[in-house]
Ligand binder design. Structure first.
Ligand SMILES: [Cu+2]
Length: 150
């Protein structure tokens, strides 16, 4: 009898704690601040350019520094190149890592892209040590290029 009573007491203590926790969304991941005026942009190709594949893409960054993924030095990040992405990934989660969301986690500032002939869009997003966009996000304009056969 005594055992049952104390078990019930534990349940009563535990239930109120479980209730609200189930209703709240998962805790937001910590964001890394970006400084005022930070900007990322394409050094090449130019918006509207007609190019042949492979395309040399050069990333520019102003007001911040490039650091490999995992480095938490203030005001640094690494480049991410979004290829033909119509909907930006969420700013509060790590940027997806797939064929259309390329990570340059070694601190690279350019790449050679193989693209099919046709129109393509490119956009850069800086990510922090954990691949999460900064707060506020540091994103380039989305550029459109036309790839033609050689
Ligand atoms: Cu990344």
């Amino acid at each position: 009898m005594r055992k049952i009573t104390s078990f019930c007491g534990l349940l009563l203590l535990a239930l109120p704690a479980l209730g609200p926790a189930q209703e709240t969304a998962p805790a937001a991941l910590p964001r890394t601040a970006s400084p005022d005026g930070a900007m990322v942009y394409f050094l090449a190709p130019a918006n509207g350019a007609t190019v042949t594949s492979p395309v040399t893409v050069r990333f520019g960054l102003r007001g911040m520094g490039v650091a490999p993924a995992g480095v938490t030095t203030a005001n640094t990040g690494h480049h991410h190149l979004l290829i033909d992405v119509t909907e930006l990934p969420p700013d509060n989660l790590p940027i997806p890592n797939d064929a259309t969301h390329r990570h340059f986690g070694a601190g690279q500032t350019e790449t050679e892209l193989t693209l099919d002939p046709g129109k393509h869009t490119l956009q850069l997003v800086l990510g922090d040590a954990a691949h999460i966009p900064h707060q506020p996000p540091v994103r380039s304009e989305k550029i459109t290029i036309t790839v033609v056969a050689k």
